[in-house]
Design a protein around this ligand. Structure first.
Ligand code: R5P
Length: 295
């Protein structure tokens, strides 16, 4: 099928790389914000009878969702026959139940909304905790790509005698997968998140790991509170400066600086969310799924 890729603002680099790897041409979208904050979008490429791949990583999702919906609707209006979404980072997966009475289960609403505007979805390691698959909330066909392989390859290439450290039970799924591929041991800690937003992580027994380099691995770093609390006992135990590794580098304001002050060594992440720590190119992993849906 005649296919075209378009990037939403903030996803240009990722879309460029994916276009290069898939051979799907990258079209042009003009966009800006009016002085009152409303979004303006104009598709400069011909969409008629084409299969469209929209690329939009969904960190800071509240700013990105409306332009994405506008673009999905516009390309269909301009004659596209199929519209899919590559969202290297998929937002709103963590509010997967009502933790306190009255809360909105935003994961469900967000999924319902996206499912109405695009016909397929490709993403990288969404935060599946209480949901076991995206199909529980997304009604469209989807492919989930796992970053375990490139994370393990990066660890093998850059870390001397690694021991992987997972901050909490949730992280065990990806810690175990990466550790196996990196042929490294792993330790999973216990995290308690208090109502005021503070995070407490139980101190592990690290005696057996003293001669190794700790690699703290999590799917998401946002406030970095979880990583900071995980790094603290490692620093207190006089281990080597912990390498901090994330799939999705959301890093809210000052988070990276705080993590460094807590004693982190190298901080690295995949390219799902643009950030200075990006060191692991994830785009090649998405190629088969994108081709399967779009071509
Ligand atoms: C937990 O549910 C996730 O796996 C991450 O541990 C969490 O989102 C990290 O958030 P923060 O950096 O704000 O502690």
């Amino acid at each position: 099928m005649n296919t075209l890729m378009l990037a939403l603002p903030g996803s240009d680099a990722f879309a460029g790389r994916l276009s290069e790897l898939t051979g799907i041409p990258l079209g042009r979208v003009e966009s800006h914000r009016f002085p009152d904050g409303e979004a303006y979008l104009r598709v400069e490429s011909d969409c008629r009878d084409r299969s469209l791949v929209l690329v939009c990583t969904l960190d800071r999702p509240d700013d990105k969702l409306l332009p994405l919906i506008f673009l999905a609707d516009a390309v269909r209006d301009l004659g596209a026959v199929r519209v899919g979404l590559v969202a290297p980072y998929l937002a709103y997966m963590r509010q997967d139940r009502r933790f306190q009475q009255g809360e909105a289960v935003t994961s469900r609403t967000f999924a319902g909304l996206l499912s109405r505007y695009v016909e397929w979805l490709v993403t990288v390691d969404p935060h599946l905790h209480r949901y076991t698959s995206l199909a529980q909330i997304y009604s469209i066909p989807n492919r989930v790509v796992h970053a375990a392989e490139p994370l393990a390859a990066w660890i093998k290439a850059h870390v001397d005698r690694p021991v992987l450290i997972g901050p909490d039970e949730e992280s065990k799924q990806w810690i175990a997968a990466v550790a196996e591929r990196a042929a490294a041991p792993y330790v999973v800690l216990r995290k308690v998140r208090h109502a005021d937003g503070t995070v407490e992580v139980s101190s592990p027994d690290l005696a057996a790991q003293r001669k190794r380099t700790p690699v703290v691995l999590d799917d998401i770093v946002s406030s970095a509170g979880t990583m900071i609390e995980t790094v603290k006992p490692l620093v207190a135990a006089h281990m080597r400066p912990p390498v901090c590794l994330a799939v999705h580098a959301l890093f809210s304001k000052a988070a990276e600086e705080k993590l460094r002050r807590a004693g982190a060594g190298r901080i690295a992440s995949t390219t799902t969310v643009p950030h200075a720590s990006n060191a692991i190119d994830i785009a090649p992993l998405l190629v088969p799924a994108v081709k399967e849906f779009a071509l």
